[in-house]
Each structure stands twice: as C-alpha cells, then as structure tokens.
Design a protein around this ligand. Structure first.
Ligand code: NAD
Length: 361
C-alpha cells in the first residue's frame, strides 16, 4: 500500500519529534511492505516566516490531496516570538483553527493511558492508579466557544470582551455518534461531560447525547458536570472509558488527563472528519522551552502515527507493532527526561526514535 501522508513539522520541538515519527513509519512500512509518500506542508510560525500567514489556501488544498496528515506542533514563546506581535488572526494558532475547520475535523480523540512502566511518573497515589487506566477523551473540535463570535469594545467607558458558545443539534449528534462507535470497540461506557446546570448549550448537548444513546443499548451512559469530572480524573481515573465532551471542556480535561498519565510527551491525538481522513498530532504544544535541545519526548508523535495507521489506513497490525515497540522500549528502561525516574536510562529524542524503530517487528 502507498501511504500518501502530508507532514507538518511545525515549530519548536515539532521538527524534532516528527522526524522520529517518520523514521518509525518508514521502518514499519519497510517491514510490512508499504511505501510512505510524504508531502511537506508549512503551517504556524514556519508558514508565517515564508508566506506571512499561518496557513495558506494552497497548503489546505495540498493537505486535502493526502490520505492523512501527521503534524508536530505549532506556536512559539508568546513573550519573545515576533509571531505574537501580529494580530490574533495571523498568529500561529490561527492556522490550527483554520485547518480544523477547512478539513471539517470535528472529532478529536485523545487517549490517556497509564503505562505500567511509567507508574513512577504519575503524580497520583499508587492506590489510585493500581492496575493502570486507559481512557479516550473525545472532544468536539469545530464548534463552541473557540469558534463563536467574539468582540472587545468599550461600553460606557469600560473595556468589555465577549465570546459566544454555540452548538446546534447536528454538531452534537455527529460527535456523539463517533463517541459511541468508539465506545463499542472499547469497554462500552460513555461519560458525557457538560455544564447542564448552567449553560443552555450543555442542556442541548445532554438531550442529544441521550437521544443518540438509544441507538447503542449496549453502551452504559452517564452524564457528569465538568467541574466534577475535573475532580474525578484525579480521584478515580479508572472509572472512565470514553469521555465525550465539547470543545473547551475537552481542551482542559485532556490536558489534565495528560498530567495524570505522567507526561504530556506520551499523549497522542487524532482529529477526524466523516471520511477516513485525519490529522494526527501529539497533544502537547511546541515546547519552546526545550526546542532544539534534543530532549523532547517523541513518543506522543510516534503513537499519533500509529493512530494514523489504524484510523486512516486500517493498518491495525502495523499500528499494534508501533505500540508494542514503544511498550518494549519503556520496559527496557529507556526514558526521555520528562518521564525519567530513578534507575532508568536517560536518552534523547533521536535515540528514542532509533530504539522504537529497532524494536518494530
Ligand atoms: P507545551 O505543551 O508546549 O509545553 C508545556 C510543558 O510541557 C513545557 O514544560 C514543555 O517543555 C513540556 N512538553 C511539551 N511537550 C513535550 C514533549 N514532547 N517532551 C517533553 N516535554 C514536553 O504548552 P505551552 O508551553 O502552553 O505552549 C507552547 C506553545 O505551543 C504555544 O505557542 C502554544 O500556543 C502552542 N501549542 C500548540 C499546540 C498545537 O500545535 N496543537 C497545542 C498546545 C499549545
């Protein structure tokens, strides 16, 4: 099979971690008789430097011509980078919002898995994490507060800012269906997270999720308020299978879940539309504080590449091979600095990519 993959290396640690993911993809392709045909795409700060904007229409067209896109991360240090002197719509992050909308990537999947070998990096007490945990955060990605109308104006001499949060029932239904479909392949439990005691958009969310749930009688559903969910994630993360939620709540909860797993450098993510197309990227940002030092953890990006093989190309065996190689390298005691613990061997970004590659079977 020829895999036509768009590659956005991005900013900060992006190029370092994507290079390692491509190394692993090439190895898997070699072992299983596929070829990878990469198209390099510019987005974020890297695109601003060349085109003056974070994402051009030509790049969107090129991305659409690929079967899937693998991305590092975009953005820089907001205090020092010249990109942040631009108006908000021209900054690196605007590219991210634009590509999600242009490719209709409404479903964001973020697995949060506590690996047995990384229990030491988990900040929670051992009795809470005993036996590990494995949840999938399903976040709506193209609606809600981040895409609503916003305005800053002076009203009666007082600066006033407004952001609006809108969802229609169709937007909620399509993400809910995706969430239930994924739950059917997992432990068949959906926790729908909202703020229905306050927000109208959440009350509609809850109503539509309950309607969709009727088509999935095997799936156990519960509603949870977002503030309670934030607490439950640290109190008892094992209770969760699929967490289904709207854009902003999902943004915050998935970062919280990432800390509970021990490192943001471990968390993969996939953003899907209604076809097989997907954008695959680590959950973390461009980490300008460690960019260029060769110490970033490439595992989240490598696991994102595994998700790409699974969801966009239906190559489950190949995805399994990557996940098994990651588990083996961790079991052998190799760690990047962010997941380092006593008695383990500290290695850099490139060595981690080499070792995972060597362990592909
Ligand atoms: P961040 O995720 O980049 O960094 C937070 C902390 O986690 C830092 O200490 C960083 O060193 C560490 N970290 C992140 N990824 C790591 C990895 N792979 N290995 C080891 N450590 C890692 O978040 P931030 O500092 O809030 O944001 C930095 C920039 O990234 C900003 O410009 C922000 O807008 C951007 N950002 C981009 C995306 C994206 O591209 N999807 C997502 C979030 C943030």
């Amino acid at each position: 099979m020829n895999l036509k993959i768009g590659v956005i290396k991005g900013d900060g640690i992006g190029p370092e971690i994507v290079t390692e993911a491509m190394k692993v993809l090439d190895k898997v392709a070699g072992v299983y008789g596929h070829t990878c045909d990469y198209t390099q795409l510019l987005m974020g700060g890297a695109s601003i430097d060349v085109h003056g904007v974070p994402l051009t229409d030509e790049t969107i067209a090129e991305a659409k011509a690929c079967d899937a896109v693998l991305m590092g991360s975009i953005g820089g240090d907001a205090k020092t980078s010249p990109w942040y002197k631009l108006e908000p719509s021209k900054r690196p992050e605007a590219g991210l919002l634009k590509i999600r909308k242009a490719l209709n990537l409404f479903a964001n999947l973020r697995p949060a898995v506590l690996y047995e070998e990384l229990k030491g990096a988990c900040p929670l007490k051992e009795e809470i994490t005993e036996g590990g945990f494995d949840m999938m955060i399903m976040r709506e990605l193209t609606g809600g507060l981040y895409f609503g109308e916003r305005k800053t104006e002076e009203i009666d001499g007082v600066m006033t800012a407004k952001d609006s949060l809108t969802y229609n029932e169709e937007e909620i239904r399509r993400i809910a269906k995706r969430g239930f479909d994924i739950a059917m392949k997992r432990r068949k439990k959906v926790t729908s997270v909202d703020k229905a005691n306050v927000l109208d958009s959440s009350r509609l969310w809850r109503k539509v999720v309950e309607e969709v749930a009727k088509d999935y009688p095997e799936v156990a559903v519960e509603n949870m308020l977002v503030d309670n969910c934030a607490m439950q994630l640290v109190k008892d993360p094992k209770q969760f299978d699929v967490i289904l939620t709207e854009n902003m709540f999902g943004d915050i909860l998935s970062d919280e879940a990432s800390m509970v797993t021990g490192s943001i450098g471990m968390l993969a993510s996939a953003s899907l539309n209604e076809t097989k197309f997907g954008l695959y990227e680590p959950s973390g940002g461009s980490a300008p504080d460690i960019a260029g030092k060769g110490i970033a953890n490439p595992i989240a990006t490598i696991l994102s590449a595994a998700m790409m093989l699974r969801f966009s190309f239906d190559l489950d065996k190949e995805a399994d091979a990557i996940e098994a190689a990651v588990a083996k390298v961790l079991k052998d005691g190799y760690r990047t600095i962010d997941i380092m613990s006593e008695g383990k061997t500290q290695i850099g970004t490139e060595e981690m990519g080499d070792l995972i590659s060597e362990n592909i079977r």
